[in-house]
Design a binder for this molecule. Structure first.
Ligand code: PEP
Ligand code: MN
Length: 290
């Protein structure tokens, strides 16, 4: 029994809806699909991403500007300059943006540029950060730690909730295991369990889970089939040239196709995929459905 006073479901139909914008919400009938590169690299890159994903359509754009890299010598992200790029596409395409916050001192600036703040796996148990996010005034995307139990994830959410922020979306992104053929192991059992344990929306990141682009689409479909409230997927105008996580990035065309191919699966589990972007544009399905 998990002692989560605020995150636990109080009855079978207890489901929190978390608004990202006036048009986009997590936890309702419509799934929230978020796409974009691992890292914001340039204004041109994000322009292409926003332009092409607007026809998918996706409901949110992602892109890291403060990057938690395994090596201190690897590119650490564009920082404030990257936030400005995100804010620019956000306002011109009227699409919400999600980006990672790594420490307390970044919260204020990230919250003024982005619609949702991501807590990455490496920070899931950075309790001081979680407490501070209780006062961030923006929804939080809380990713499961690299080797965190379901209970630890729920209790990490409890930290944010108990410090004043009711808007927490959980994200299963794969956990470490003995087999390194895939980067991590996507724990879809955790998605089903979390949906039963908590009233918080749960989304899936198949990209970091599998680490190989050819495995992203099947896992995205499986995630929708098992009840996820949305997806966050890494895609890039030139996937092989991504400055980080290149091996798992899919192309923008593949992303558009994937969104279309999710529709019948969503329908089979009583959900649907929005046909409008945050801007309310009618999408033109220019790519054939796989
Ligand atoms: C990311 O979203 O780019 C990222 C670093 O994710 P995670 O924290 O799940 O590894
Ligand atoms: Mn990444």
């Amino acid at each position: 029994m998990i002692n989560a006073k605020l995150a636990a479901k109080s009855h079978l139909n207890h489901q929190t809806i978390i608004k990202l914008t006036d048009k986009v919400a997590f936890g309702g009938e419509e799934l929230v699909i978020i796409g974009g590169p691992c890292t914001v690299e340039s204004p041109e890159q994000m322009e292409k991403v926003a332009q092409q994903l607007a026809v998918a359509p996706v409901q949110g754009l992602r892109g890291g500007v403060y990057k938690p890299r395994s090596s201190p010598y690897a590119f650490q992200g564009m920082g404030e300059e990257g936030l400005k790029i995100l804010a620019d596409v956000r306002s011109r395409y009227n699409v919400p943006v999600i980006t990672e916050v790594m420490c307390i001192s970044q919260i204020e600036i990230v919250a003024t540029h982005a619609d949702m703040l991501q807590v990455g796996s490496r920070n899931m148990q950075n309790f001081d950060l979680l407490k501070a996010l209780g006062q961030a005034g923006k929804p939080i995307l809380l990713k499961r730690g690299l080797a965190a139990t379901i209970e630890e994830l729920v209790m990490a959410a409890e930290y944010i909730l108990s410090h004043g922020n009711p808007d927490v979306v959980l994200c299963e992104r794969g956990i470490r295991s003995f087999d390194n053929y895939t980067r991590n192991v996507l724990d879809l059992g955790a998605v089903a369990a979390l949906k039963q344990i908590t009233h918080l929306p749960v989304i899936v990141d198949p990209s970091h889970a599998v680490g190989k682009r050819e495995l992203v689409a099947p896992m995205a479909k499986a995630a929708v089939a098992c009840g996820a409230d949305g997806l966050i997927i890494e895609c890039h105008p030139e996937p092989e040239k991504s400055v980080s996580d290149a091996r798992q990035a899919i192309s923008l065309e593949e992303m558009v196709n994937l969104v279309h191919s999710l529709k019948p699966i969503a329908a089979a589990v009583g959900r649907n995929i929005s046909t409008t972007t945050g801007a309310g544009l009618e999408p033109t399905p220019i790519f054939c459905v796989a």
